[in-house]
Design a protein around this ligand. Structure first.
Ligand code: CS2
Length: 487
């Protein structure tokens, strides 16, 4: 079977609805993974078909050479497969013009970011990659992606170092700064990234920092599309659906959502033609998604993985855990202000249908990754609001206990696994001489920058967690779920 390329004849229903090579580039994306291919690149593809423009994407992976190796022999083309109970639909996406790996070619990455064509930089690099100081604001100067770049700002390898160097070089050369659009699941993601970039600029480029601050835009955004890691089955299905071998095939659900703060001084693609919603304040949408979708995702990932449920859809078929998912969504919804046009119980119901999608194999272990980076906005922030309102903290205590059980890395009720978390070494060290559930809760709650003090020290909170953790550690997760669901 021949390989998918720009020259491969495709039926119109599958081919991009425009001639990709007629359009120049306008976007540089950092973090060229499956999520970008299923989300921003797909929206851009639609927007190019609907209203054109020089908005194709230069996709950059920070470390892995694989995305460029897969995409470049295919002229950037790849198949996006949408899967649900009704079947699979394939479309070839043409919005990626070029792909490269920053670690292999740092000069090319910087050249893409400083080129006059670059008007927008989008990012999906995961929460942990930025090197943010989440508790104090700005950057964390000791973060492994930040420290070397502060020492040698002229040869950046981390996200903040690259972005800030590119902005500084542009401003210095009289080029307008690009608009930076952080698409990771962080609260107030634009503002967080702006503070960190400006912090980096003040340390590394003090003479240019004020000009960057005055001219660079960092809109916030909420992105949503459930996208499992692609497998050999994804590639096989793409071959069946399009008739070509595609090494970059990506699968996703049919649902997609994008809410964007409309602040693009140098223009933007007509992403609204693809369904994006432009608003003046993204925060209520972001909070809703982080607390209801991502919060219940994290809870079910830890509980599911340790109850022998490898996929999210298995969790939704488990009566006890599905009831806890429902309870968690309701508890998260109770912390949210009313949003005009949004019915939170309908949103919760739609989330449950999406989680149960029989055609998507989304691994609980994949979602369980990086808990220390996710729990603050997904679990602790709504728990704090619930505490102030005098509400029921049990759903959040259960989710926290399930993460702590995962962090102990004991494999009595599951296969051996690694804790994939940037704080894994620190966690292993602090738990070394700790035995009881109470001690584990006290130790993990005190991890630096993790749990807000007002929650950590709230009367009864740690006891609520340790009671649940004790059952998880002694009787197993299945028993803990049954008991929790019965309360
Ligand atoms: C998930 C998200 O892996 C995770 O932590 O909660 O990636 C989730 O699938 C997406 O945010 C959905 O848009």
């Amino acid at each position: 079977m021949s390989r998918l390329t720009a020259k491969a004849p495709l039926p119109p229903a599958i081919a991009p609805g425009y001639h990709p090579e007629d359009h120049g580039t306008g976007i540089v994306h950092l973090g060229l993974g499956a999520f970008h291919k299923a989300h921003q690149a797909a929206y851009t593809d639609h927007a190019l078909a609907a209203s054109g423009g020089d908005w194709r994407i230069i996709g950059i992976s920070l470390r892995s050479p694989d995305p460029a190796r897969q995409l470049m022999p295919q002229d950037g083309r790849y198949t996006l497969i949408e899967r649900d109970a009704g079947g699979s639909r394939a479309r070839v996406i043409g919005s990626i013009a070029r792909a490269l790996c920053a670690a292999d070619d740092p000069g090319a990455a910087l050249a893409a970011l400083t080129g006059p064509a670059c008007r927008i930089v989008t990012l999906t690099v995961t929460e942990k990659a930025y090197g943010l100081d989440r508790a104090g604001g700005g950057l964390d100067p000791d973060h492994p992606a930040v420290r070397p770049d502060l020492a040698r700002p002229e040869a950046p390898t981390g996200v903040l170092g690259l972005l800030t160097r590119a902005l500084a070089l542009r401003v210095d050369a009289g080029l307008p700064p690009f608009t930076t659009l952080c698409c990771d699941n962080l609260p107030r993601n634009g503002a967080l990234l702006r503070d960190a970039v400006l912090d980096f600029a003040r340390r590394a480029y003090p003479a240019l920092a004020d000009r960057i601050e005055a001219t660079a835009a960092f809109p916030s955004t909420m992105v949503d599309r459930i996208t499992p890691a692609p497998t050999e089955a994804t590639r096989a299905e793409a071959a069946r659906l399009i008739g070509y071998d595609d090494h970059a095939a990506t699968e996703t659900e049919a649902f997609h959502q994008w809410v964007i703060e409309d602040d693009f001084p140098l223009g933007r693609p007509d992403w609204d033609r693809a369904g994006a919603l432009f608003v003046s304040d993204v925060a209520p949408y972001e909070t809703m998604k982080l607390r209801m979708l991502n919060g219940s995702h994290s809870m079910l990932a830890y509980a599911g993985f340790h109850a022998g449920l490898p996929l999210v859809r298995d969790v939704m078929a488990h009566a006890g855990l599905a009831a806890l998912v429902r309870r968690h969504m309701a508890a998260a919804a109770a912390t949210l202000p009313a949003l005009p046009g949004i019915d939170l119980s309908a949103y919760a119901e739609q989330l449950r249908v999406r989680f149960a999608n029989p055609a998507i194999a989304h691994e609980t272990f994949q979602i369980a990754m990086d808990g220390t980076q996710k729990l603050p906005q997904r679990i602790f922030a709504p728990a704090l609001d619930t505490l102030s309102a005098g509400g029921d903290l049990r759903p959040f205590a259960f989710a926290t206990a399930a993460w702590m059980r995962h962090a102990t890395v004991t494999d009595r009720d599951c296969a051996p696994y690694d804790l994939r978390d940037p704080m894994a070494d620190e966690i292993a060290k602090t738990l070394k001489d700790v035995g009881t559930a109470e001690d584990i809760v006290r130790t993990l709650s005190a991890l630096p920058g993790f749990m807000p003090a007002a929650l950590r020290d709230a009367p009864g909170w740690q006891t609520m967690i340790s009671g649940r953790l004790r059952i998880m550690l002694t009787d197993g997760m299945a028993k803990a779920i049954a008991q929790e669901a019965a309360t």
